[in-house]
Design a protein around this ligand. Sequence first.
Ligand code: CUA
Length: 311
Amino acid sequence: MLNNSPFSPASPQAQAIAHLSIFVGIIMLAIFVLVTALVVYAAIRFRRRPDAAEPRQVFGNSRLEKTWTIGALLTVAVISIFAIRTMHEADSSPRPGEKPNLVIVAHQWWWEARYPESGVVTANEIHIPADKPWLVELKSADVIHDWWVPDLGRKMDAIPGHPNHFWIQADKPGTYLGTCAEYCGAQHAWMRIRVIAQPETDFKAWEQHQLEVPPTPVSGEAAAGSRLFNQLTCVNCHTVAGTPAHADIGPDLTHLASRETLAAGRLKDTPENLGKWISNPQAYKPGAHMPDFNFTPAQVQELVAYLETLK
Ligand code: CUA
């Protein structure tokens, strides 16, 4: 029906939520039609007529009152039963001591993804094997954020100091878009999520590739860029495997060039956009924690040449 909405479910969890929404929607529609019809009927049937006498005055009708009280209670009870069932399907509790397959840390304004079993660390583009329920531990590095990929299930708050858990699962391989759903500061709107569900073998290959350490360029602009990267403040915030850069304030850049987007979905990942972003991050995400470094155009070109080798 609608893409990226609770009505385009692509996982059993999202399916359960969609079914409940439709079920409750039908009940609400039925009540709306009934009430509207009664109001219209009453307005026409009992309208004021020119020569009518004073109508009969009614001060309460206990049979009617009992009917609508019990009717409303029954309606709410039926909805509750279905809602509790949906909560169980969409958000079942992990078994005690069950280890998460994926740890997601929300930052202002990007998503860090850690794969505890393999040691892979990446950002914003979260690969998962298709058709497999994965337990996710969700944390926050700063303020409250909210994970939401509508096709794949419920929202979940990322609360500082209080890890939450949810299940992520995609019925079919594909890219599922999501966003932060809790206002978290200036760039809340640019805290996009891409979940890339892959067939198991492709996922394993991706994971293997992420573990490879990209070779450090030894000549040309890329080598100059690599030296700049290590001399300047880049290393205070970012990680590139195989280099002295191993901070986790900003996204891990080890395989930056293999991603589709930059800055949590703000820009497509092209060399041109990467140059624009490095030259002036504040122009694209005002308030972002990456400052404007006043690089010269030559420095930007070298840094881009280096970062483009990080495939
Ligand atoms: Cu993070 Cu809104």
